[in-house]
Design a protein around this ligand. Sequence first.
Ligand code: SAH
Length: 467
Amino acid sequence: MSLLPLFIDLKEQHCLVVGGGTIAARKLAMLCKAGAYVTVVSPEVSAQAEKLCQEYNCQLERRAFAEEDIQDQRLIIAATSIATVNQQVSELAKAKGILVNVADDFSQGDVVLPSVIDRDPIQIAITTGGASPVLARMIRRNLERHMPAAYGQLANLVEKYRSPVSKQLTDETQRRRFWEDVLQGPIAESVFAGNLQIAEQALSQRIVEEDFTTDSHGEVYLVGAGPGDPDLLTFRALRLMQQADAVVYDRLVSDEIMSLVRKDAEKIYAGKQRSNHAIPQESINHLLVRLAKEGKRVLRLKGGDPFIFGRGGEEIETLMDEGVAFQVVPAVTAAAGCAAYSGIPLTHRDHAQACIFVTGHLKDGSVDLNWKMLAHKQQTIVFYMGLYGLSMICEQLIKHGLDSDTPAALVSKGTTPDQRVLIGDLNNLPGLVDKHAVSGPTLIIVGSVVSLHSKLHWYQTETEITD
Ligand code: SAH
C-alpha cells in the first residue's frame, strides 16, 4: 500500500484514544506531545496511561467505548486488545470521515503513527507501511546515530537568520550555497560541540561580511580514534571523519579506521613510530595551520585519546597562537581499551583504589620516573610505550618496594583481532616477552588487578599467554 507522508497539526484539536494499555499509552503520549485535547475511553487503564492523562490534563473515561464517543473528533486511535471493538471504532470513524489509526492492524485504519526521531523542530518519521513496527524502530535507532542531538538547536539558529540572509542574498543559488556551507562547516560544528554563542557570532559575522558566498575559514578537528577497534569510535569522531577535506594521521590509526574517512579527502601520514617520526612534531603543528588557513576542514586523527600521551596539547597550542579554530574530540584511551578487552579492571575495591598512567619512554629516551611514587600496593600502574624499557621498569619497581611476584600483564594490539595478552609478574614478564617476540603497540599493566584476568577474560581467550 502506498502512503502519502504528511505531518499534521493537532494543537488544541480533539482526539480520542480507545484503549488504556501500553500500546494505547504510547500513542497517547504522541498525541499529548502534539498538543491535542485527548479523551481516553477504556474500562481498564494502565499506570502509564493514567500518568499521562494527569500530566497532560486528558479526559479519562473508565468505561466501555460507546458510539457517541466519536463525535467531533479529528483523529481516533483504536488500541484495545479486542479486535471487534477496534473494528467497530474504525468503521464508525471512517463512515464519518474521521482519521483513524488501528493499533496492530494497519489495514483497518487510514493513518499510521510512525516511528519518530525528534530533534525539535526537526522530525523524521519512519514507517514500514505496517510491515514491521520493530523494523521501523531499528531503522530509527540506526538513523539516530547519525543525527547529533544538537540538530534541533542548529535548526533554531538557522531559522533566526533566515530572513536577514534572504534579504541580503536575493539569488536563490547563492543562498542555497551559503546555507550548505553554514550547515556543513565550522558554524554547524560549533553548535554540535555545544558552543552556541560562538556559532551565532560566526554566523552573524558572515552575514555582514562583504563576501559570504564561501567559507574561507578552515578548522582543525583534533580527534581521538581509540585503540584500534573501529566500533569504539565516538559518533562525533565518525561524523568529522566523513566530512574532513584533509586528514593528518598517525601510525597508530588502523587501516580499518582510515577506511571510514571520507574517500576523496587528502590523506597525509604523520608517522610517529618510536624514533622514526615521518614528520617532526614541529612540522605537524605548522602543517595543520597551513591546511586550515587554505580554508580546509582538517582532521588530525590520533590513536587513542588525543590528550593522553598524544601531544594533542602541543598541537592545539600552535593553532591557538595562529588563531586557527579547532575542537578536540576525546576517545577511548589504550589503557581503558586494553583493560576492558583483556578483562583486567583498572580499579577494584579488593585490589586497587587508584590507577596511574605513566609513559615508559621519556623525551630523552631514558626511563627516569618517580619510582617511589609508583611502587605502591593498592594502585594499578599502566605503562604506555613501555616495551623497550620493560626490564628496567620491572627492576625499578621491585627495587622500590613492590614484591617481585606482583602480577603484571602485557597487552599488544589491544582491542583488535590481533590482540595478545601475556600474563606474568614483575619477575618473569620481561622473559616472557623475549620468548614470545611481541610487536607493538603494547601496554603494560602492573598491580594486583592483573590476577583478575584469569577469571574475567572474555575476548579472544585463545591468545592469552602465561608461560
Ligand atoms: N594517545 C594514545 C597513546 C599514544 S602513545 C592513547 O590515548 O591511547 C602510544 C602508546 O599507546 C603505545 O606505545 C602503546 O603503549 C599504547 N597503545 C596505543 N594503542 C594501543 C593498543 N591498541 N594496544 C596496546 N597499546 C596501545
